[in-house]
Design a protein around this ligand. Sequence first.
Ligand code: PEP
Length: 242
Amino acid sequence: MPALIVGNWKMNGLGEAVAEIAEMAGSGPDPRRAALWIAPPFTLIDRAVIVAAGTVKIGGQDCHHKNSGAHTGCVAAAMLADLGAGFVIVGHSERRRDNGETDADVRAKAMAGQAAGLEVILCIGETREQRDAGQTDAVLSAQLAGSLPDDGEGLIIAYEPVWAIGTGLVPTLDDVAAAHAHIRRELVARLGPAGHGVRILYGGSVTPANAADLLGVADVGGVLVGGASLTAASLLAIAAAA
Ligand code: PEP
């Protein structure tokens, strides 16, 4: 299975930035080895879809759990699909932190994404304090219990230790392997055999320098990349590691 390399641009990028996506699309990896997905800010999705030319999949960084209504400033999953987006990220730790999103909110958003026909990248991960207290597995279990949708249709899990995001800190490869194995067990317990088919990404300070090691860990099906996804040169170097 090709590795999945997903870029999360967060609140970065004006119109000129879609040139980076055009370059990713033009010089992308061998599709047998890696697939490139980018989640630009909402404001760039329509332009990104055009320049991505079907080669790079474009997605949203969040969606509302309802289809429409009086929710000023929010974006429905169906609106993302309408723009040509193919996936949505839900439950990113920055949204949990900045917007107070709970596991129940994340679950509702994930199900809205599925209903709109999007693939859904559902993010979970422990804080530094939780890891130091030996609570990593318990935290991941609780997040999955509260946020997993009823079925695994189009579902992808991103394991993102909160303390590794944007910090330059990365867990040991053994710790990544242990977390992914734990997540896999939980997915199978919850979804049955379908749980084996859910891809699990690692995210947190992935760079061209560490991508090969991380992508080589058992059950790491790809990476979710923030800072290092903003330029084509950097993301293509990560993809080349696949
Ligand atoms: C992220 O935003 O999901 C992320 C992993 O960021 P970074 O790669 O910058 O740590």
